[in-house]
Design a protein around this ligand. Structure first.
Ligand SMILES: Cc1ncc(COP(=O)(O)O)c(C=O)c1O
Length: 460
């Protein structure tokens, strides 16, 4: 059989990491022909490319794995599903079926949870922006409201007056748990005395009753002991306010922040080395609670893990639409998905898998997305064999923060599907078309290019 000509390339020698097992796995070519048993080809044939694919099995499995890690170590645990991480209805519904409360940070997210059928008492309302109308609604419906700043205390007092009854609230703290740079923009700072002053103000008003503390250290926290320090400080503060003002703290919300299995840009170690097991986080938190709490005290522990649960349940299938060489000789590919769909590409060095074996020598290549923007790069240096139009790249993990932070910019947003535990494929978000883009726009009549009723092309 006649063989196709393959252009010779000269590759700079790269020794990679010294490793007694030989070639660093980073350079091994990764092939993925299916997701949960459903062939990539079939998925694209039916739903197009690019395509977000979620695995129900992976999502439920990870949820249960995490929940077991905590609930086997502490008797009073509940998860709050962080809507901002992924508020596709199907994903939220799945988390609620598993038992999670809704954790929302805006009126839009609150509306979304309610529209899905989550009762107010099963909603935790965080975030710096809660308008008076949504605060009124949330309080009336029994949501847990965690106060972010002093003006919100005043707002909640207005709500309490209007309702003619005291309102139970939570307080968001920020504190030094050894994670730097320290997140201090949300809630009240503990070490400076700000948090205690806020409780004092709250008690003075006599309209609000504090029963919960909240603190979210940040995201992708790689040190489980940071949570131990956080919990110890939260419990100590809880007892302090109980003694000073008589408020009994019934819930401790430690936020989210658990990492997923992915390499962050700029980090040296691969995720299987750098990312601790979920049991290590659960152990650190449970141990700290058992040391800090008085015997017999078991306030409700709330975990708002987002990324750690859903990230690895999501993939993005994309297709090569062109190959090129840059002026300096670098091989580059243009794919039909870029930063418009993969917001997390700013931090993640994704796993990029091919849908088939491709012959030829690997070259360090760049992957561009479809945007006519220089910043649209999803990988700046990945060893890839010579790819052609139609070959597919599968990015993972993409389940966290992409389907919420994706941009309707230049391109339509594509279909999102869920592979069920029995292998069916369900459409959970339909691809956009022009009607989605135009629906909210209003073109002043005087600017219309064609008279009303004219067929396209008739305007002058
Ligand atoms: C208050 C709060 N809880 C939970 C989360 C989820 O965080 P992660 O995805 O890091 O677990 C966030 C994310 O920013 C948050 O702000």
């Amino acid at each position: 059989m006649k063989q196709t000509y393959q252009k010779p390339v000269i590759n700079k020698h790269r020794s990679g990491l010294m490793n007694k097992f030989g070639w660093s796995p980073v350079y091994a070519r990764k092939i993925r022909t299916e997701i949960d048993g459903v062939p990539i080809d079939r998925l694209v044939e039916q739903f197009g490319s690019p395509l977000f694919v979620y695995s129900e099995r992976a999502a439920r499995r990870k949820y249960r794995r995490m929940f077991n890690a905590f609930s086997t170590r502490y008797p009073n645990v509940v998860f709050g599903w962080s809507y901002k991480t992924n508020y596709l209805q199907a994903i939220c519904a799945l988390m609620h079926q598993e038992g999670a409360l809704a954790e929302v940070v805006s009126a839009m997210e609150y509306d979304k949870a309610r529209a899905l059928g989550v009762p107010g008492e099963r909603i935790i309302f965080n975030g710096p922006h809660k308008s008076l109308p949504v605060l009124e609604r949330a309080v009336a419906e029994g949501a847990t409201v965690n106060i972010d700043h002093l003006d919100e205390i005043v707002d909640l007092e207005l709500v309490a007056r209007k309702l003619g009854r005291p309102v139970t609230v939570g307080l968001r703290l920020n504190l030094d748990a050894g994670i730097y740079p320290q997140w201090s923009r949300f809630g009240f700072n503990l070490e400076s005395g700000q948090a205690l002053a806020a409780v004092k103000r709250l008690a003075f008003g006599k309209l609000l009753r504090l029963n919960g503390l909240h603190c979210h250290l940040g995201t992708f926290i790689l040190d489980p002991q940071a949570y131990a320090r956080q919990v110890q400080k939260m419990v100590a503060f809880g007892y302090e306010v109980e003694q000073a003002f008589g408020f009994a703290i019934e819930q401790l919300d430690v936020g989210g922040g658990l990492p997923s299995q992915i390499r962050l840009k700029g980090t040296y170690l691969p995720p299987d080395v750098a990312v601790p097991e979920v049991d290590e986080y659960a152990e650190a938190i449970a141990q700290a609670l058992s040391h800090a709490l008085r015997p017999g005290d078991h306030p409700r522990l709330i975990i708002e893990s987002g990324r750690g649960i859903i990230d690895e349940a999501g993939w993005l299938i994309s297709t090569i639409i062109g190959a090129k060489r840059l002026a300096d000789g670098t091989r580059a590919y243009v794919a039909d998905a870029g930063i418009n769909l993969l917001f997390t590409s700013f931090w993640y060095k994704f796993n990029v898998e091919l849908d088939r074996q491709v012959g030829g020598i690997d070259e360090t290549s760049v992957i561009y997305g479809p945007l006519c923007m220089n910043i649209d790069v999803t990988d700046e240096g990945i060893p890839l064999p010579p790819l052609k139009r139609g070959h597919r790249l599968i990015f993972s993990p993409v389940g966290a923060y992409n389907n919420t932070q994706w941009l309707q910019f230049i391109e339509y947003r594509p279909n999102v599907v869920l592979v069920t535990e029995t292998g069916e494929v369900e459409l959970i978000r339909e691809a956009e078309d022009l009607s989605d883009i135009l629906r909210r726009e209003r073109l002043p009549r005087r600017l219309a290019l064609k008279p009303a009723g004219a067929t396209p092309g008739e305007g002058s």
